[in-house]
Design a binder for this molecule. Structure first.
Ligand code: NAP
Length: 215
C-alpha cells in the first residue's frame, strides 16, 4: 500500500489533502508520474486517455497503492469528448476542481515540407486546442474551488527550434503564450496558470521521436 508522502516528510507544509485534480493522458509517461505525485500528497484525481484497457490497468495499480484515482476514456482531439469528460469530472468532484493538468499530447516528427494538413490540424488540436478548450470548460469548477491551478505540460521545443518538430513545437509555443493570457485574465478568480517546459524525458513519446532521429 502506498504510504502518503506527507507522513514521511519532516516538513508538513505540503499537503494536497482534500484537493481534486484532473490529469489528461495520465496512463503513461509524464502524466502517470504526475498522478502518482499528486496522489502521494493526498489529492483525489481523475485521469483520461484513449484506451480503456490502460485506464483500468492503472486504476487497479493505484487502488493497490491506496491512491484515490478515477478514470474515463476521452480522446482530447474531439470537442464533444472533452465536454463529456468535464461533466464527468464535475459530477465526481461535486463541481469543484483545484488542479487541471493539461498533459495529453502527441508528436509528429517530420520535415516542415512533409507535414500534411491533417498532421498540422491533429497536432494542434490534440496538444493546443484541447488544452485551450479544457481550460475553458474547467473555469467554473476551478473558480468554485476557491483556489484553482492549471498546469500546462509544454516543452522546451516551444521556445527552442529542434529539427523535425515544427508542428509539435508550434503547438507548444501557442500553449506557452496561452498560459500567460490565462494567468492574466483569471488571477481575479484566484486561478493560477503555469507552463512546465521539459527537455527530453524517457517515455514512449520520446522513444518515437528518437526513432525519427535514427538515434
Ligand atoms: N517525453 C518527453 O521528452 C517530453 C518532453 C517535453 C514535453 N513532453 C510533453 O509531456 C506530455 C506527456 O508526454 P509523454 O512523453 O509522457 O507522452 P506518452 O508517454 O506518449 O504519454 C502520453 C499520454 O497521453 C495520452 N494521450 C495521447 N493522446 C491522447 C488523446 N488524443 N486523448 C487523450 N489522451 C491522449 C496517452 O494515452 P493514449 O495514447 O492511450 O491515449 C498517454 O497517457 C506531452 O504533452 C508531451 O508533449 C514530453
Amino acid at each position: 500500500m502506498g504510504e502518503p508522502k506527507l507522513s514521511r516528510m519532516k516538513d508538513k507544509r505540503w499537503s494536497l489533502d482534500g484537493m481534486t485534480a484532473l490529469v489528461t493522458g495520465g496512463t503513461r509517461g509524464i502524466g502517470h508520474a504526475i498522478v502518482e505525485e499528486l496522489a502521494e500528497f493526498g489529492a483525489s484525481i481523475h485521469v483520461c486517455s484513449r484506451k480503456e484497457e490502460d485506464i483500468n490497468r492503472c486504476l487497479e495499480e493505484w487502488k493497490n497503492k491506496g491512491f484515490n484515482v478515477t478514470g474515463s476514456v476521452c480522446d482530447v482531439l474531439h470537442r464533444h469528448q472533452r465536454q463529456t469528460l468535464m461533466e464527468t469530472v464535475s459530477s465526481i468532484f461535486q463541481g469543484k476542481l483545484n488542479i487541471l493538468v493539461n498533459n495529453a499530447g502527441i508528436d509528429i516528427s517530420k520535415q516542415i515540407i512533409d507535414n500534411t494538413a491533417d498532421d498540422i490540424s491533429t497536432v494542434m488540436a490534440t496538444n493546443f486546442e484541447s488544452a485551450f478548450h479544457l481550460t475553458q470548460l474547467a473555469h467554473p469548477l476551478l473558480k468554485e474551488s476557491g483556489s484553482g491551478n492549471i498546469v500546462f505540460i509544454s516543452s522546451i521545443t516551444g521556445v527552442k527550434a529542434i529539427p523535425l518538430l515544427s508542428a509539435y513545437s508550434a503547438s507548444k509555443g501557442a500553449m506557452n503564450q496561452f498560459t500567460k493570457n490565462v494567468a492574466l485574465e483569471w488571477a481575479r478568480d484566484n486561478i493560477r496558470a503555469n507552463a512546465v517546459a521539459p527537455g527530453p524525458i524517457w517515455t514512449p513519446l520520446l522513444e518515437s521521436v528518437m526513432v525519427c532521429f535514427k538515434i
